[in-house]
Design a protein around this ligand. Structure first.
Ligand code: GLP
Length: 231
């Protein structure tokens, strides 16, 4: 793992955007992997500022809430359409687990299949939940897991309630790429910002276990961690 200690969040976001562009442009025909959450907001803005024009025709989302109304502004499909697809004027295909062709059990298998056919992903953006989740792989997730429907941890629902009208509106379940699915990407770019994330990050690095999903990715041959936290 390559660790880049940024002096603050702004520097981390800039380094993350530059690293993402470099890795995506190095393999222009490969799909890219997108993530959501507050940490990614700044990165997507920076991609626009740096004039990034994705050359790939395919982007895969890591995860999606289950049970939202189609087109809900809280869906990750809507968030990525707004913050990545439309902002960058990109005309490729966004593949989102649990939606459209990728609905239901067979849809999730189809997503894995499409990833295999089109992949591997050149660069996968990753954030970290304050409880240590990766995408929506909660603590205790199988390291060999693939794309599936999962129940969200109460801590995840409560963290993400800030994006919804109330906690009750946060879905209880979600679709997520599995840890094994994510580890198939050529390059993993993990961005961890803020004091709030430090305990989860430090636990995964110093005491990796089935309770720290990041542990499944620590042996990846091309994992870069960009953080504003001193480890
Ligand atoms: C959501 C996403 C995760 C992301 C996490 C961190 O739960 N499913 O993929 O890593 O948010 O979010 P934030 O950056 O808002 O702390």
């Amino acid at each position: 793992m390559r660790v880049i200690n940024a002096k603050n969040a702004d520097e981390a976001v800039k380094l993350a955007a530059e690293t993402f562009i470099e890795a995506a442009d190095a393999r222009p025909d490969a799909p890219i992997g997108l993530a959501t959450g507050g940490t990614m907001d700044g990165i997507y803005l920076k991609l626009k500022e740096l004039g990034f024009r994705p050359k790939t025709q395919h982007a895969f989302a890591l995860d999606e809430y289950e049970g939202l109304e189609p087109g809900s502004e809280n869906s990750y499909a809507a968030e990525l359409t707004d913050k990545f697809v439309e902002r960058l004027g990109w005309t490729g295909t966004l593949h989102v687990p649990g939606t459209g062709h990728y609905s239901g059990e067979t849809g999730l298998e189809l997503l894995e299949q499409r990833l295999t056919e089109l992949g591997p992903i050149s660069v996968q953006l990753l954030g970290l939940g304050s409880n240590g989740h990766i995408a929506f792989n909660e603590p205790g997730s199988e390291f060999a897991s693939t794309t599936r429907l999962v129940e969200l941890h109460p801590a995840t629902r409560s963290d993400n309630a800030r994006f919804f009208p109330s906690l009750e509106d946060v879905p209880t379940h979600a679709y997520t790429q599995g840890l094994a699915t994510i580890s198939r990407s050529s390059c993993l770019l993990l961005v961890v910002l803020g004091e709030r994330k430090r305990p989860a990050l430090s636990q995964a690095l110093t005491a990796p276990s089935p309770q720290t999903p990041l542990a499944a990715l620590l042996d990846h041959e091309n994992l870069t961690l960009i953080t504003d936290q001193v480890l």
